[in-house]
Design a protein around this ligand. Structure first.
Ligand code: ADP
Ligand code: MG
Length: 790
């Protein structure tokens, strides 16, 4: 518990300051400069004239070897970085004092020149590899430069093809987040997986810094370069269970700023130089402000009084706010030249550095604030609980126990309350942050307007420029809305159609059933098939439309890619490459020859410097002149080589891009063919389906007509039968009536015979009547039978 508690406390740390004294270099020797800096042996102390300064470390000259800088000053910072602290290394000093050399900012990845940055990179990846088992790493780098009070992204690649025609670089805005830390809006943060990858970014960045300087008349010493390595560590579960108390601290994120400052000497000289004054004010505002900040922070009395620190005076101090007197562990390396001609500047640098030693930083591990608070409360709770247990086991008084219990519950309550409050605060913080961003945006816009106003644009122009953008934005929104509305109406229409069809279908079906009886079946079938067809047709057309649109899209992309391809094709490829490669090779050889010559000359010089006669003195001068000339040539060659290398790299990039484009074009073409085939297939399918459907419908219609005809025939027959039936019934009633009459007549005659007639005659008549009745009856019956049969 103790250790984690300690770690969450801010560590108060003063800024460590080391001085690096470089040896005299050839140009200084040519001018006959002598060494005027002495280092007290065994002490971190520098003496120059009557001045004596003491630091944390002194390297070079008769002090410790410069190769120890990394081990003694920087390695501990890398350790802290992995513990979650922000760390910073600053190189300060006049132009030519060895800042870039010490930092290794111009490391090109070829040889290990012993600079700080390459060693930091190597150590970080070694450590990350060693911890890979239980920790996930996300390592990113960014590389910026502050030139004339503007921040530029050195990793922002404006596209290899358009590089030559690239307009002025776009400066980056500084933003302050809700918790007060400084960020750069839109700066490139490249994720890197290996040291080589990181070195490539560094080399690329320093190259664009270098080319910038050649365009701007070798003023690289006038820009501040900041190379930042951010690492995010996530402990995986296996380690979390091991350290159960610290498993809340899952994610640590920390940053390592490596700063190569601009040359410090101009701060004094610009005042005298009228022509450069304006430019100088811009350029040196940073260093002046840095000096002021260092003064303000370094003065113990002022610091205790909480005096104002002018961080906002320059971009440099704003960006370094955390590194100076804030949340960071910081090492400043003051680089000095031992030459007597630079004595004044050297003294200034040493004074500056001495003040920086007094700066107190408060570094904290960067972790989630909520979990940190929770952790604190939880540990408190644990402590109390153990106390409780202890008192329970002993013969402690019951009251004390209750008191403790109460305390515990109180603390628990407080805990939850605090948590709630924290949440609330976080929410409001977020809201505030959003508002801050919005206002920042507004401010930026206003600044932009102001800037253009300053540049002499009329107010109307500025207003228009703003509104034009707005109008564009509005236009895109409006078109989007229209699109969406069209989509909605289309959807509505399809659903409505479907519903309407269903209604109509039901109605038709009912009517037909009433009207036609058996015939109706055909009708409904037809209607439903019609609906089907409509739907299918709509579907087909929508599919066709979609496919057409896709095809058009593909065509457009194809054209675009082909145009791009043409651009690539214009610049001839392999010949150019070969040419540059041979040239590069030649240069390398030339450079080697020169370097050998330099070595030889140096040897001769060393020999000569031991003898003291007049002639050798002259020769020495001669040699020195030659030496400096040769060194100049070598550096020029190196510059050219760099430029060629960059060209080659660009070439490679554009070749790759061309290949990629070719592949893409091929892909799009094949896609297009596929799509066309699909369209054809689809329409073919639809056509055949439609034909089959039409045939079916025709057949059904024919059948319907036949059925109708049949029905009519049946109706006619029915009518006829009805008539026949009526006639027969009439006939039958007539026959029955006649029979009745007959029976009536027979009865009357029998009655008459019964009263008085002669016997035989009467019998005969009776028999006759009987016979007639029987015949009639028989006739009638047979008639009925026939009719029934019919
Ligand atoms: P700065 O970045 O401060 O302007 P540089 O790092 O470019 O200075 O150094 C200026 C010159 O001094 C370079 O030619 C460099 O090679 C040389 N130099 C700097 N430091 C050393 C050193 N410790 N040993 C040898 N040469 C050095
Ligand atoms: Mg430099």
């Amino acid at each position: 518990m103790g250790s984690s508690d300690m770690a969450s406390q801010p560590q108060s740390d003063s800024v460590k300051v080391a001085v690096n004294v470089r040896p005299l270099i050839t140009p200084e020797l040519v001018l006959g400069c002598t060494d005027c800096v002495t280092v007290t042996p065994g002490e971190p102390q520098v003496q120059i004239g009557p001045h004596v300064f003491t630091y944390d470390h002194v390297y070079g000259s008769t002090g410790s070897s410069s190769s120890l800088i990394f081990e003694q000053c920087v390695y501990p910072l890398v350790d802290s970085l992995f513990c979650g602290y922000n760390t910073t290394v600053l190189a300060y000093g006049q132009t030519g004092s060895g800042k870039t050399y010490t930092m290794g900012t111009n490391y090109s990845g070829e040889s290990n020149c012993g600079g700080i940055i390459p060693q930091v990179m190597e150590t970080i990846f070694k450590k990350a590899d060693a911890m890979k088992g239980d920790t996930e790493f996300l390592i990113r780098v960014s590389f910026i430069e502050i030139f004339k009070e503007e921040v530029f992204d050195l990793l922002d690649d404006p596209g290899s093809v358009a590089k030559a025609a690239a307009p002025a670089r776009v400066p980056i805005q500084i933003r302050e987040t809700a918790n007060g830390s400084i960020t750069l809006a839109g700066v490139t943060e490249a994720e890197v997986k290996s040291k080589e990858e990181m070195a490539l970014h560094l080399a690329r960045g320093s190259l664009s810094r270098a080319t910038g300087s050649t365009n701007m008349n070798s003023q690289s010493s006038r820009s501040h370069a900041i190379f930042t390595i951010s690492i995010e560590q996530k402990r995986t579960s296996s380690s979390a269970s091991e350290k159960s108390t610290s498993n809340e601290y899952d994610i640590l994120s920390s940053k390592f700023h490596l700063v190569d400052l601009a040359g410090s000497e101009r701060a004094k000289r610009t005042g005298a130089d009228g022509l450069r004054l304006k430019e100088g004010i811009h350029i040196n505002r940073g260093l002046l402000a840095l000096g002021n900040v260092i003064s303000a922070l370094g003065d113990e009395k002022k610091r205790k009084e909480g005096a104002f620190v002018p961080y906002r005076d320059s971009k440099l101090t704003r960006l370094l706010q955390d590194s100076l007197g804030g949340n960071s562990k910081t090492v400043m390396i003051a680089c000095i030249s031992p030459a007597d001609s630079n004595a004044e500047e050297t003294i200034n640098t040493l004074k500056y550095a001495n003040r920086a030693r007094n700066i107190q930083n408060k570094a904290v591990i960067n972790r989630d604030p909520v979990t940190a608070e929770m952790q604190k409360l939880r540990s408190q709770l644990e402590q109390l609980q153990s106390e409780l247990l202890f008192s329970r086991s002993g013969s402690a008084a019951l009251e004390e126990l209750q008191l403790l219990q109460q305390k515990v519950s109180l603390l628990e309550l407080k805990n939850s309350e605090l948590y709630c409050e924290l949440k609330e605060r976080e929410m409001s913080c977020e809201q505030l942050a959003q508002r801050a961003i919005a206002t920042q945006l507004e401010k930026d816009q206003l600044m932009l307007k102001l800037e253009s106003a300053r540049n002499g644009k009329s107010w109307d122009d500025i207003e228009n420029a703003g509104s034009e953008q707005d109008v564009d934005l509005m236009k895109t929104y409006i078109s989007k809305i229209q699109q969406l509305e069209a989509e909605v109406t289309r959807q509505k229409f399809t659903t409505a159609c479907r519903n309407g069809l269903h209604d109509r279908l039901a109605l038709d079906k009912g009517m037909l059933l009433d009207d036609l009886g058996s015939g109706c079946e055909v009708g409904t079938l037809e209607v439903s098939s019609e609906v089907d067809e409509e739907e299918k047709e709509r579907e087909h057309s929508s599919i066709q439309e979609k496919l057409d649109m896709e095809l058009q899209d593909l065509d457009k992309r194809l054209q675009q890619k082909e145009a791009e391809m043409k651009q690539f094709a214009k610049s001839d490829t392999s010949v150019l490459k070969q040419h540059y490669e041979t040239k590069l090779h030649e240069m390398e050889q030339e450079k080697r020859a020169f370097q050998k010559e330099i070595e030889d000359l140096r040897h001769a010089l060393a020999k000569l410097s031991s003898s003291t006669d007049e002639c050798s003195h002259k020769m020495k001068d001669n040699y020195l002149q030659k030496l400096s000339m040769l060194e100049n040539q070598v550096s020029q060659l190196k510059k050219k080589q760099d430029a060629h290398q960059q060209l080659l790299r660009q070439k490679q990039k554009s070749d790759d891009a061309a290949m990629r484009l070719q592949g893409e074009i091929q892909r799009i073409k094949s896609q297009k063919v596929q799509l066309q085939q699909k369209i054809k297939q689809e329409s073919e399918q639809f056509r055949s389906w439609k034909a089959a459907r039409e045939k079916e419908v025709l057949q059904l219609k024919k059948e319907g007509r036949r059925n109708e005809y049949e029905m009519h025939k049946l109706l006619a027959l029915n009518q006829k039968q009805k008539m026949v039936l009526q006639r027969k019934t009439e006939e039958a009633t007539m026959a029955t009536k006649r029979l009745k009459d007959l029976l009536e007549a027979k009865k009357s005659t029998r009655d008459a015979h019964g009263t008085g007639a002669s016997g035989i005659q009467a019998l005969m008549r009776t028999i006759d009547d009987e016979l007639e009745v029987t015949v009639r009856a028989y006739e009638l019956r047979s008639h009925y039978d026939r009719q029934i049969q019919e």
